[in-house]
Design a protein around this ligand. Structure first.
Ligand SMILES: Cc1ncc(COP(=O)(O)O)c(C=O)c1O
Length: 397
């Protein structure tokens, strides 16, 4: 007899992983599938960080580390917050975790009781919804569309807030849209939060260093919310270290302590070796990151140029991260032979079978009119992929 918990049954299957599985199957049949759903940089970990990991093994960093992270690493992160973001988080306000995903889960599980409302602008990063579900919280979606540049307006936020609102979570730069809130826009949101002291803000800044338009701004800089903002960040995207599993938070002390408590019962903290290497990454220079970012910027420009030529497709110009999130609703209701496109999921399947490109429907991100395309592949492949998409779409009548 198989007894699965209600909890696990309430979680959705990862849409990204599902598409990746089907495209692998098609590729194994010999089809040339271009993968546009890779949520990670296609770069190597910078050499000085690799060397630090090897050194940590030689130096026998093999025992359980402190749950919240090595003191040197928490200090390095505290200094990074000051140096790069001009925000004060003392080392005891920093908790290092097994990726930013665990950091987010720690925060949500620390703050949310069943029935509490969590405000989430759509489109959102897929895991937000399921992490909120895990905690028994109720996601309250604040809808944004391509027409408003996928950004929440202060009036919209004000309207969505109720007595039960406990947490607001968002990412800027955004996965899946690539849009980035300006300082003024963040100030607008902070002004609303000033009137609602019961709400904590989770600011997911994992794409901090992959930005194309201007310097990074954090909502934590505003005095009206500083004492109740948790910054989530990590090394996955900035240093191409997705597999090394290092994420962290800067948080009010009481939240940091709660996260440490949860983590102490679930993982006992993240890998000792990777933490030692993370010290080098955080204290080291950002040259390799900046180079990687320049490559992403060129790819973004190419994506924008090519997608601009496809009729009926609308999108916000990505200012950060490595995704573009076109609204493809123009093609809903059209058909190619026996294949009819009712929604973004149909379109994603159609493009997989017809154009041999693998991408994710926007439904998983809370926007059924869009598809998400990652540009973590070469410019050469981008050009081929977008041409295939253009051709397949032109065959829909
Ligand atoms: C917006 C956002 N937050 C958090 C994460 C999780 O990152 P990590 O690899 O550090 O768990 C991702 C990864 O795709 C992401 O896109």
């Amino acid at each position: 007899m198989q007894h699965l918990s209600n909890l696990v049954r309430s979680l959705s299957e990862s849409e990204t992983l599902k598409m990746a599985k089907i495209s692998r199957e098609l590729a194994s049949q010999g089809l040339d599938i271009i993968n546009l759903n890779l949520g990670e940089p296609d770069f190597d970990v910078p050499a000085h960080i690799q060397a630090a990991a090897k050194q940590a093994i030689d130096d026998n960093f093999s025992h359980y580390p402190p749950v919240a992270g090595y003191p040197e690493l928490r200090k390095a992160i505290s200094e990074k917050f000051k140096r790069e973001n001009n925000v004060d988080f003392a080392p005891d306000q920093v908790v290092v975790s097994t990726g930013a995903k665990q950091s987010i889960a720690n925060v949500v599980l620390s703050l949310i009781n069943p029935g509490d409302e969590v405000l989430v602008p759509t489109p959102f990063w897929v895991s937000y919804k399921d992490i909120i579900t895990l905690a028994g919280g109720i996601p309250v979606y604040i809808k944004t569309t391509v027409a408003t540049d996928f950004k929440v307006k202060p009036e919209q936020l004000e309207q969505a807030i109720t007595e039960r609102s406990r947490l607001f979570m968002f990412s800027s730069p955004s996965n899946p849209t690539g849009v980035v809130y300006t300082k003024e826009e963040l100030q607008g949101l902070a002004t609303v939060f000033a009137r609602h002291p019961q709400i904590t803000i989770l600011s997911d800044e994992i794409y901090e260093h992959i930005q194309f338009a201007r310097k990074h701004e954090t909502i934590a800089q505003f005095p009206e919310v500083k004492d109740r903002t948790v910054i989530v960040n990590g090394l996955s995207k900035s240093f191409a270290m997705t597999g090394w599993r290092i994420g962290y938070i800067g948080a009010p002390k009481w939240i940091a302590e709660a996260c440490e408590k949860i983590q102490g019962q679930i993982t006992s903290g993240t890998s000792s070796v990777m933490q030692r290497a993370a010290i080098t990454a955080i204290n080291g220079d950002l040259e390799p990151t900046l180079k990687m970012c320049a490559v992403f910027k060129k790819r973004m420009e190419l994506m924008v140029e090519l997608f601009s030529k496809i009729p009926g497709v609308k999108f916000a110009i990505p200012e950060g991260a490595f995704y573009i999130f076109p609204d493809v609703s123009h093609y809903f209701g059209k058909r190619n032979g026996d294949t009819r496109i009712a929604n973004a999921s149909d379109l994603a399947m159609y493009l997989l079978y017809q154009a041999h490109v693998s991408l994710v429907a926007g439904d998983a991100f809370g926007d059924p009119n869009c598809i998400r395309i990652a540009f973590s592949i070469s410019e050469e492949k981008i050009a081929i992929a977008v041409e295939r998409i253009r051709k397949a779409l032109s065959e829909l009548k």
